[in-house]
Unconditional design. Sequence first.
Length: 101
Amino acid sequence: MITPSPRTLRPLLARHADALARFEAHPGEESARVVEDLRYTLCVITGTSRIEDALAAAERILQRAAAPVPVPVPVPVPSAVPTAAPTPVPACAQSSEALAA
C-alpha cells in the first residue's frame, strides 16, 4: 500500500475535525454529507474501512514522519593498501640436485 504524505493527511484531518465540529454545532443534511465525505476520503487514503482505524492509521503515519531520521554514520573506506611485491625468482635458478649432478 502507498503511504499517504503527511502534507496530504494534516489538512484532511483538520478539515475532518472542523466539519465534525460544525455538524455537532449545527446538525443537518449538508453538514452530515461533508463529514461522511471526509470520513470516506480518510478511509480510502489510509487503506482502512472504519473511521476509527483511519484516524489511528493517520496518527501512526504522522508520528513516523515526526520521528527523527537516523543519520547514517559514514564508514571509512580503506584506501588501496600497497601489497609487497613478489620476490623475483632468478631465471637461471636451478635446484640443488641439478647443481650436484
